[in-house]
Structure formats: structure tokens, C-alpha cells
Design a protein around this ligand. Sequence first.
Ligand SMILES: NC(=O)c1ccc[n+]([C@@H]2O[C@H](COP(=O)([O-])OP(=O)(O)OC[C@H]3O[C@@H](n4cnc5c(N)ncnc54)[C@H](OP(=O)(O)O)[C@@H]3O)[C@@H](O)[C@H]2O)c1
Length: 166
Amino acid sequence: MVDTHNSYAVPVFGLPCFCLITGASRGIGRGIALQLAEKVGDNSLFVLTARSEAGLQGTKSLVAARRGSGTEVRTVTGDMGNIAALSTTLHDLFSDIPPSGTFSHAMLFHNAGSLGDITKKVCDFDDPNELQEYFGFNITSVITLTSKFKFRPQTYGRQRILDVRM
Ligand SMILES: NC(=O)c1ccc[n+]([C@@H]2O[C@H](COP(=O)([O-])OP(=O)(O)OC[C@H]3O[C@@H](n4cnc5c(N)ncnc54)[C@H](OP(=O)(O)O)[C@@H]3O)[C@@H](O)[C@H]2O)c1
């Protein structure tokens, strides 16, 4: 029996989905996009974000090659560690989303992240700007993106948020 109160028990595959993936220009983020491209249904929308436009375009081409014309792929370049520009980046990620009812599911993959310079000891962290950027990228951007995703009325259907950085 399917537990309908548990959104993770509801099927996603083959249905129109809104898929937002951070760090999608290469690596695991690109891999997530390509795996999802094989699973979601037509009329899905992928929103891919990272700093490298060239990398995002590469992922976009690969996703498009798997899905054909039935799925839209958008790219948004932005530095999640740049707190001053974060509001603009978040706005761009959710601009012109189709009307409510278009998607059965919405999925957010927090993939972009950084361990920072792991060779450093605590006594080496004497630059507040470096620390601020680290926490901005790994924490502030994740919380604010989750907030935008979770609570904006345009995000609809069942929602899944996966943090794949840990
Ligand atoms: N727990 C584990 O065992 C484990 C193992 C491997 C990976 N991970 C985590 O999984 C995630 C992906 O790993 P990966 O190996 O695929 O890493 P990767 O190849 O370095 O890719 C990182 C992605 O994040 C993007 N990114 C980096 N800094 C960014 C920033 N300031 N703003 C926006 N996007 C940024 C990169 O794109 P741009 O450079 O174009 O911005 C890239 O698309 C990371 O968070 C990593 O820490 C965990």
C-alpha cells in the first residue's frame, strides 16, 4: 500500500516535473540532471544554475539530447557565494515559471557547495570576508533558495528538497 501522506512514496517518474539543480555545470550536478532527464515526463522544466555559462550550456545540450523538444531547459548563471547578488540570482531562478497546475512535482537539488580550504586550521581563519563568503555560499544561499522554492505560490505539485552536498 502506498502511504499517500508521505510525498516520497508518490511516483515522480514519467510525470511533468519542475527540476531546479544548483552546481549543474559539471560533476554530480550535471549527473543529476542527466539522470533526471531519463526519468521525468514530457512538459518538464529544468532550471540549471552555476557560475559557468559554458558548463551550463553543456549540461543543457546533454539534457536536451535525451529529452527532445518535450522538455524546456533554462540556465541561470550566478555565484551563490556572492550575497550582494543573491537576491537577483534567486529571482532569476524562478522568473516566468508556468502557471499553477503545469507540474506534478517540484524538485530542488542543493548540490553546489564547498568544503573551503581544508588545509587551514582554525588559527588560519583571520579574514572575516573569507568566512562570510564560505557561510554565505554553504548556508545563507541554501536557506534562502529553499525558502523561495518552498513558499512561493508558483511552486506547485508535491515538493522534494534534496541536499546532496553532505
Ligand atoms: N560527501 C561526499 O562524499 C561528497 C563527495 C563528492 C562531492 N560532494 C559534494 O557534492 C557536491 C558536488 O560535488 P562535485 O564533485 O560534483 O563538485 P564539482 O565538480 O566541484 O562541482 C561543483 C558544482 O558547484 C558549482 N559551484 C561551485 N561554486 C559555486 C558558487 N560559488 N556558486 C554557484 N555554483 C557554484 C560548480 O559550478 P561553477 O564552477 O560553474 O560555478 C559546479 O557545477 C559538492 O557540494 C561536494 O562538496 C560530497
